[in-house]
Write a protein that binds this ligand. Sequence first.
Ligand SMILES: [Fe+2]
Length: 377
Amino acid sequence: MAAKPRTADKPKSQIDQLRDDLLVTTRELSGAYEELSIFHRLSLTLAGLTLEQIYDKLFDEIQAMLDVKTVAIMLINEEGNELYTVSFRGKWPGGKVFKKGNNIFWTTIEQRAPKVVGDIIGLSARIKISPVLICPVIGKKKALGAIIIGERKSGKEFYSADIKFLLAIASQAALAMENASLYQELENLLLSTVVAFGKAIDSRSHWTYGHSDRVTKYAVDIAREIDMDNDFIDKLKICSLLHDIGKITIPIDILDKPAGLTELEMNQMNRHPFVGARIFEDFKPFKDIVEGIKHHHERWDGNGFYGELKGEKIPLMARIIAVADAYDALTSDRPYRKKKNREEVITEITDKAGKQFDPKLVQIFLKVIDSYDSERA
Ligand SMILES: [Fe+2]
């Protein structure tokens, strides 16, 4: 019997070829998709983090994707003449500073291109890292430093895909680090402005000198005792420093009047929480702070001059400040009365728990001021 003609071979081989091509393209696409989703996730997760949190996230991603034990970030100092380590994992001489000059890190940064090095020895007496990949971190206007990775768990070399990946991570890092520094600078500026405002309010009258600082300390100690997070505590600090900002519009002779405020003057005094809230109401990041300022004289039982809110409807920030504010006011001299002693103040605040003040917070505050005594003892 004659053999079958092999005419089917050619089309079959084309199909095989197509299938192989498709497989390669699919793998490349899936690799690119994976990379893209990592960068997308990174750009989302790095936004709004502190520098330390950024380093942590980057190290997690790099170690997971590139299978390395050593990761370090070195930054160039302000003067631009030294490289120092800001964070690292694995084998790394954390304290060593590299002066600008002819060494592998500086030349890699200056050439603005990643470099694979067989090994690095002599970083310190006992550290040898192999293989090593150094990737410059370049910001919008200048070089910021370098990411260094090494010690692959698999023992493999670094390939071009690894370099590409680290380069992309380094560009995300540069963006996030510059944003975080800018944010930090802005936050510092805001805080120093707030502190200056607080001092300006208190120093209008010698009776209230240091009042906002002390209220801030008591309020923060209460918040820590009930395990509030850092975000809440940061806002509480600002709110405590600014809680009486509305008094800025009250003439000094009313603030310092020993007794007998007229109805009009009393009204003006009573309105200071609303005036304070109005000063910052258009400043969006201050939303919670504005509520704290507005309600810091609200009573727990909802009675009294304000009576807009009662119980837990009053923002927690305002309830904390109410207790801290009362304690400082009662333990300080005022133009219309002498200061009370500590025991009298504790009795007065305890009596007002559940009426003027949040009863749970009063209990917490008693614990807090008790700890001040044991610190002194
Ligand atoms: Fe006040």
